[in-house]
Ligand binder design. Sequence first.
Ligand code: SAM
Length: 357
Amino acid sequence: MVWQGRLDAALQRCSSRPLGQLEPEVLTALRIGAAQMLVLGIPAHAAVSTSTSCTAGKASRGYVNAVLRALARTGEDQDAPPWTRLSHPESLYRRWESRYGEEGAASLMSWDNEVPPVGAYSSPEDGSGGGGRFLAGYRPLERSGQLASEGLPAGAYIQDEAAAVVAEGAASLPGRIVLEVGAAPGGKTAHLDRKAFLVASLEISRERLSPWLENSARLGWSSSVPVVGDGASLPFGKCDKIVLDAPCTSTGVLRRRPDARWRWSPQRLVQCVLLQRRLLAEAARTIRPGGILVYSVCSLEPEEGRDQAVQFEADFPSFRRIDYPAPAVLVRDGMVDIFPPEHEIDGHFAVAWIQEI
Ligand SMILES: C[S@@+](CC[C@H](N)C(=O)[O-])C[C@H]1O[C@@H](n2cnc3c(N)ncnc32)[C@H](O)[C@@H]1O
């Protein structure tokens, strides 16, 4: 929930018990009541009454009623720190503040709290695009109550334009036999499938492969084969191209994944960086000489992007960075580096190398 941090801070001021010690149903009822009052502007008496009547058990009902009434009286702390007002973990705010300054960190957090637009990519040849900020084949969709996806061409995949920029660039690089690592739910496959002879779409999570299979059936992917496996121990021979869309902290797409911010921690960042390094090393061993390696993440953290790329180049000097095929305004030092408040699309990082023969 986007506003969880802000709501919890407001509720904690009115609750005699630490929120972490409340029964989950009580906490949920409190959060719903607080969201109705503070975010949706629903009159306090209605919010209190709805949450109270939805709570089971006399004692719990009494507690929810008392806390929400207190919140209605006192409201939010007007001097709350920026990470509370803008509902992010403090450690993430501090890290962004040291990198972007107070104003930059606040504008990024505000961006994360916006309702994201929707859009779809399909090949520019089918004439359906033209409305994208950066891509000819991208088409923003209206959010008018119902998703206006009617009339989309058969192969259109709904995704943010930043994801489409990275995927389309990866697909346009040479390579007939392609291995995709971290394939589900298929945002990259939708692009690779159009251009490659064969795509092996490797994914460690069987569960996450279900939406991949649904997308494949719906969009008629004809070159791609799903494979359950671990990218850190690849069972393949040499490939022409590997597209590693690595697991990451997702700090570039927090407006689309509201819960990801509450999973953020410096420890999780370290775990992701180590896993990415292992996946990169394994991919490097599996590319044929002259082959292409693409690495991407939907994170803004340099450790997962730029620094990871520089470290890889030091560890594997036979890989030479090539200019990523993407609109020049999104590319720095040959790498896609998208900052949401500046480019007004999700934050993604991508880099491509060729293995010298
Ligand atoms: C960023 S997501 C991929 C998104 C996907 N490429 C798309 O564009 O729709 C990263 C994926 O990597 C998968 N993953 C994590 N660890 C992995 C591993 N060791 N081997 C293969 N896949 C892994 C995750 O389950 C997750 O689906």
